[in-house]
Design a protein around this ligand. Structure first.
Ligand SMILES: [Zn+2]
Length: 697
């Protein structure tokens, strides 16, 4: 039997004995649900570990067949066979990792703790398998003679480099150390996540005296009263570190002491000793990364990571950040002076502090631009905004969205939409999960339950999900979003389209470099606030009236104010990330001292804390290490890309949209991103439009 068909036999479901534990486990069965989505209601926490173990065993067997084959290695029996391995486990993993982010609980967290070291070892067993690497390398070495098409050549390159970057070419002794580092890192990662979730959810600001609510808009009061009620604090008001709770509080609450208390709670998360402190974890992870990078022959972790990105090396990143940091810091200092002047009216002689920034920024916005964020929120009911994002996609790409009622969901508030091509063909599904819950981590993200590729000659239809933490509905009022939340909804939806549109043959060429992957998301934000687009969706939730043009003009003008702050707080975190990951010593740092020195070096002003401080910088514990700069890198790309539509004088120019879908959104990581961008735009991206858009020039 040829290895490829033996593999096919192994992967057929279900392939197991009638063990009662297995019979009841949905991961061992075909899913007879609509569109074969996960049967969430049937999946229990204790199904995961046995399913993962089975998945690992199967992939191990699949890989052994490839590694031990007696026939000469070929592209098909080695590279394609590897690409096809691990499908059972991917299906389990897609459900598990989505739920641990969006709807976790102590049982799932316990599974995660047990699982992570097993998975790290499993990955190492494959990536550090000498026989397997020997065969991959043989195919790689023969690549010039193989007559591969571009997709195949890319898959080969990615597979080969993946092995080398995982340490396959190291000595046995070095590999032993690599395994130990990987195991330790995965344990540290789990511990970090658990501590951060606990520290975030543990913080509570309980207000008992209605006078302390002065300044807060009605929506924020109602939400806080509802949160208190849920927490058994009837008649009080509860504020938390969830985005929809803390940010409106900091913008509006007149009680300065309480503003200080909630912001301090936010900034000091995981930094107060005890069971939620992460300082030692952060320092240890950074040190292990240096060691790992150096084992692999790189000077720093950033050198190792950036080689695969558009930026190529730390110089490329610092070079771009430098062009934007200085003008942004200047603008932020001007903003500070304006805020200080505004504050002098209330509190003469007092110095502006971090907890005053958002409060006085809002007052300046109101005074200078006669604009109040509260005045637009009634036009941004979450369902309308979502329909607006859908409408933009329809106008650009012809795709339509229809809600699928009764489909399995993992939580009752989650909704699901079928996405169809213009001609009615089924394209995929998108789940949306928009509001905070106790088991959901902070922030907003897109991920997949099923990724598109071509399996046995048939296109696999993708299932993507957008998870956010937007202002929830309260009472009979729908969820009314802030303009920032509107942008975030469009942003995550943009990632969703990228996930839905990938048209590659292989799973192994889908991944996009970190500093390019924010282009498809951020470019969507450009449409959100265009007057022409607002007309499509920004309708008053009570009257249906379209948002008045004068209000839009005011909002867009006012949005220019505060760009110094927004750019600086974000970039400070990017610089901090880069500084952590250009360390060359494996000696663990004193986290607090390191952070302080890094931010001082860049001249960050004390009234603006970095968007994330080291102890809760979740991005850089995961895949955004030496990658948090990606948002601004991609912002250069998205602003420049959006210009392509503007230059045509039509935000929905069909030819430009078709080209963007074909050259960017459908390509995943099939070609080098710099080339991919050039194929769309006809030239390299320019920084100028971004500086102009943010008023930094
Ligand atoms: Zn994003």
């Amino acid at each position: 039997m040829r290895p490829a068909s033996a593999l096919a036999a192994l992967m057929t479901l279900p392939a197991l004995a009638a063990d009662p534990a297995v019979v009841a486990n949905p991961f061992f069965a075909e899913w007879k649900t609509p569109f074969a989505v996960p049967p969430f209601a049937e999946i229990k926490e204790d199904h995961f570990l046995p399913a993962f173990k089975e998945g690992m065993a199967r992939q191990k067997a699949e890989v052994a067949l490839i590694a031990e084959a007696k026939t000469a290695p070929t592209f098909r029996n080695t590279i394609v066979a590897l690409e096809l391995s691990g499908q059972f486990m991917d299906r389990v993993g897609s459900v598990f990792f989505n739920l641990t982010g969006a709807e976790t609980n102590p049982k799932l967290q316990a599974v995660n703790r047990e699982l992570m070291p097993l998975l790290a070892a499993h990955r190492d067993d494959i990536q550090l398998n000498a026989k397997l690497f020997g065969r991959v390398k043989a195919v790689w070495d023969a690549r010039a003679t193989l007559k591969l098409d571009p997709d195949q050549a890319r898959l080969l390159e990615r597979t080969y480099k993946g092995f080398v970057r995982s340490g396959a070419a190291l000595t046995a002794e070095q590999q032993t150390r690599m395994r130990a580092i990987n195991a330790e890192q995965s344990n540290l990662g789990v511990s970090f996540g658990d501590r951060l979730l606990k520290a975030t959810k543990d913080f509570k600001l309980v207000v008992e005296n209605p006078a302390d609510l002065a300044g807060l808009p009605e929506g924020a009061r109602m939400a806080a009263a509802a949160a208190a009620k849920r927490a058994g604090l009837d008649g009080k008001w509860l504020f938390t570190l969830d985005g929809p709770s803390i940010w409106p509080f900091l913008e509006s609450a007149e009680n300065r002491d309480l503003r200080k208390r909630i912001l301090t709670g936010y900034l000091e998360r995981c930094n107060q000793g005890g069971e939620t402190d992460t300082n030692a974890i952060v320092a240890k992870v950074a040190a292990l990364r240096v060691e790992k990078a150096q084992l692999l022959g790189y000077k720093t972790w950033a050198d190792f990571v950036l080689e695969e990105n558009m930026a190529k090396d730390p110089k490329g990143v610092y070079g771009l950040l430098d062009q934007i940091w200085k003008p942004a810091l200047e603008v932020a200092k001007k903003e500070r002076a304006e805020l200080q002047a505004m504050m002098a009216k209330d509190l003469p002689g007092q110095k502006l502090e971090a907890w005053d920034w958002r409060f006085y920024a809002k007052k300046v916005q109101q005074a200078k631009y006669d604009f109040d964020e509260e005045s637009v929120k009634p036009y941004f009911a979450v369902d309308q905004v979502r329909e607006g994002a859908f409408a933009v996609a329809r106008k650009l790409y012809g795709v339509t969205f229809t809600e699928v009622k009764g489909i399995p969901v993992y939580q009752k508030d989650v909704r699901c939409f079928e996405v169809k091509e213009k001609d009615g063909r089924h394209l995929g599904l998108i789940y949306v999960d928009y509001h905070p819950r106790p088991g959901k981590r902070g922030g907003a993200w897109m991920s997949s339950y099923r990724s598109p590729w071509v399996k046995d000659g048939k296109q696999v239809d993708p299932v993507v999900v957008n998870v956010c933490n937007f202002t929830p509905p309260s009472g009979d009022r729908p969820a009314l979003l802030t303009s920032d939340e509107v942008q975030t909804l469009f942003h995550e939806f943009g990632h969703g389209l990228h996930g839905l549109f990938y048209k590659g043959r292989y799973r192994g060429t889908a991944g996009t470099p970190r500093d390019f992957v924010e282009l498809p998301s951020q470019v969507m934000e450009n449409w959100a606030m265009e007057p022409e687009v607002l007309k499509l969706y920004a309708k008053h939730y009570k009257t249906g009236e379209v948002i008045p043009e004068a209000l839009v003009a005011k909002m867009n003008k006012a949005a220019k104010f505060g760009q110094g702050f927004a750019t600086v707080e974000y970039m400070a975190a990017s610089l901090l990330d880069m500084d952590w990951h250009t360390l060359t010593t494996t000696k663990p740092q004193d986290t607090a001292a390191f952070e302080k020195a890094s931010l001082a070096k860049w001249g960050l002003i004390e009234e603006i804390p970095p968007r994330y401080r080291s102890p809760y910088f979740n991005h850089i514990m995961g895949g955004y290490a030496a990658g948090y700069y990606s948002y601004i890198w991609s912002a250069v790309l998205d602003t420049d890309a959006f210009q392509a539509f503007k230059e045509k004088g039509n935000l929905f120019d069909p030819a430009t949209a078709a080209k963007f879908r074909a050259e960017v959104l459908s390509r995943g990581g099939m070609i080098d991103p710099a080339q991919l961008y050039r194929n769309f735009r006809g030239r390299d991206p320019k920084v100028g439009p971004l500086l102009e858009k943010r008023g930094l020039k």
